[in-house]
Design a protein around this ligand. Structure first.
Ligand code: SAM
Length: 248
């Protein structure tokens, strides 16, 4: 059975969007996964199919009503009761590769895309909805976040990536950022490829790449480095870089 994605959205025409192309698009055509974008407005109230209302307590903006969102989740879950329901929100836990692996290993996902100020908290509690954020910034809607989460999951499904695209060495696969890549020409605008990569010594290349991975993680992502070093050696005292904002 294929991995199933159901997206609850006020803008179903945004899907599959970029996921109709390339790896994910081919996998969609091949039936490795399926995608259904369901219009939340079908569950809206009255002649205008209203889905939102003013916030209790006052303040700017509108809030998506719990009864409307609940009806949409019930609709999605009716023929797919096993799928976890995830709400994309800046208030959620930060999405990471472990989440993508966990969700890709399951039967699929129901994704709730917010708009306005977000969704009434009670329906998230009542439906035990998992809340995930794609980063510390605010989007105008959950749809781009849903596309990000789906892309991260779909590429991990069996048969989606070729052997050349193995996920085994990628960033985050073992808690480290990946090493840098180089291709032809070996000399470009006065810049040479690191000589070790032209040596043909596989063990030395692997060791060099490992060091590059560790250096990049230590300097760019001290948070990942601390977790990685701590996991490798719980008693080891970790020396963090002076500036934790040392990105380049
Ligand atoms: N009032 C909300 C807050 O301050 O947390 C922001 C609402 S935002 C304008 C509208 C919708 O965009 C949210 O309900 C959510 O679905 C989506 N969204 C915005 N930023 C997001 C992020 N970083 N990750 C996931 N979804 C996001």
């Amino acid at each position: 059975m294929s991995w199933r994605a159901v997206v609850l959205t006020l803008f179903p025409e945004m899907f599959p969007g970029p996921l109709g192309q390339s790896l994910a698009g081919r996998a969609l055509k091949d039936g490795i996964w399926s995608l259904q974008a369901h219009d939340l407005r079908e569950h809206g109230l009255g002649r205008h199919r209203t889905v939102d209302d003013t916030p209790f307590g006052g303040g700017a903006g509108m809030v998506m009503r719990p009864d409307v969102v609940d009806a949409a989740i019930a609709h999605a879950s009716a023929d797919a009761p096993d799928l976890p329901v995830v709400y994309l929100t800046p208030r959620g836990r930060r999405l990471d590769q472990a989440d993508a692996r966990r969700l890709a290993a399951g039967p699929g996902i129901v994704l709730l895309c917010g708009r306005y100020e977000g969704v009434d908290e009670r329906v998230l509690e009542a439906r035990q909805v998992e809340q995930l954020s794609i980063g510390d910034y605010v989007l105008s809607g959950g749809e781009p976040a849903a596309l990000v989460l789906l892309d991260a999951c779909v590429r991990l499904l069996p048969g989606v990536m070729g052997s050349d695209d193995s996920a085994g060495e990628e960033s985050f696969s073992d808690g480290l950022l990946e090493y840098p890549h180089y291709t032809k020409p070996a000399e470009w605008q006065g810049r040479s490829v690191p000589p070790i990569l032209l040596s043909g010594h596989h063990a030395s290349i692997a060791a060099w790449r490992r060091t590059q991975s560790e250096d990049a993680t230590r300097t760019r992502r001290p948070d990942l480095w601390a977790a990685h070093a701590g996991a490798a050696s719980p008693d080891h005292r970790i020396r963090l870089p002076v500036s934790p904002r040392g990105h380049n």
